[in-house]
Design a protein around this ligand. Structure first.
Ligand code: SF4
Length: 326
């Protein structure tokens, strides 16, 4: 017999989920399975989602993997358990599918840091001095911003794509921390946008140093959205899915996971024979997606992501270019 939901959730710590909550979750999850079947729906979930969401996900991954998966699936309905810009990416790649996001308020501090108009203005101003400027957008941007960019990147492929471009000057947006990481690993002129992920930007060296003192053998895994002084303490700088692979394949038994807390939860559930210490913050946007909201979304087939054909076509060019270069 497989591991029950109660057993999996208990790996996160005793008493976090009481028996009544688990029973309610199980009822909703069963309903979601039936509704998915009825509508031919596929459910995609980001690594930072609540662990109970993973029970009904057809695929769990980071931004790049989810973008690739969205491009592959040909389902009439895609339920996206993640944040708004990710669901937009799924819609851009599957324009004929109905893409549903259980809570439209699930945004992202990075996506909110840049508007298409501001990017257009800044790029025009910079091109006076740097005529070969390329606008490189992290996937954490709105569809409109992607539409005015030259290429899109994720944390897993940003360095590779920037280095593969023929342009020497790059306006990198919207994450200044990821821009600094790319600049360190590239000979190109990187001009950063002044946005940040409020979750990763809050993490400071002292959070890691204290944990490392207690667990000196633990490998420190850090997400590139963290500040440079935090990245400097890393044994490995990895995207969320990169962290999962590293933890599974490494000989090390203990890890300090420096990113959003959902990833440490996923690791504690999926790699139970190793130990994970959290040096993380919760993302309020990712946690807006709940199992009851996901059930209601499948019952009503709403709320739905809607984008103009023009924006979708322009944004798709930047994502397709990324998938080709990556
Ligand atoms: S963790 Fe940061 S980058 Fe990810 S959705 Fe939340 S605010 Fe955005």
């Amino acid at each position: 017999m497989g591991v029950t939901l109660e057993e999996k959730l208990s790996r996160l710590g005793a008493g976090l989920y009481d028996a009544e909550t688990v029973a309610e979750l199980e009822r909703d999850l069963e309903e979601i399975r039936l509704l998915k079947k009825k509508h031919g729906a596929v459910l995609l979930a980001h690594n930072y989602q609540r662990p109970e969401i993973f029970e009904v996900a057809d695929f769990v991954g980071d931004s790049l993997e989810l973008a690739r998966k969205a491009a592959e699936v040909s389902a009439p309905v895609i339920v996206f358990c993640g944040v708004h810009f990710m669901a937009e990416t799924a819609k851009i790649l599957c324009p004929e599918s109905r893409v549903l996001l259980p809570n439209l308020a699930a945004g992202c501090s990075l996506a909110e840091a840049a508007t298409a108009e501001a990017v257009r203005r800044k790029a025009a101003e910079l091109r006076k001095d740097y005529p070969d400027l390329a606008v490189v957008s992290y996937v954490n941007t709105t569809a409109e911003v992607k539409a005015v960019s030259d290429v899109c990147v994720t944390s897993a492929n940003a360095v590779k794509i920037v280095n593969a471009l023929p342009n020497e000057t790059i306006l990198f947006l919207p994450d200044r921390n990821l821009a600094a990481y790319v600049a360190k690993n590239s000979k190109k002129r990187i001009i950063p946008w002044e946005g940040d992920c409020y979750v990763h930007h809050q993490l400071a060296p002292k959070d890691i140093l204290e944990t490392r003192k207690a667990f000196p053998k633990a490998k420190v895994l850090v997400h590139p959205e963290c500040r440079t002084d935090v990245l400097d303490l890393a044994d490995a700088i990895l995207s969320t899915s990169g962290m999962i692979r590293y933890a599974q394949e490494s000989d090390a038994e203990e890890f300090i996971v420096v990113t959003e807390c959902g990833l440490s939860d996923r690791l504690m559930i999926e790699v139970p024979h190793k130990r994970f210490y959290k040096s993380c913050n919760l993302c309020k946007y990712m946690k807006m997606i709940t199992v009851p909201d996901t059930r209601r979304t499948l019952e009503r087939l709403a709320p739905e992501i809607r984008l103009s054909r023009e924006v979708m076509d322009a944004a798709r060019r930047t994502i397709t270019r990324m998938l080709e270069l990556a």
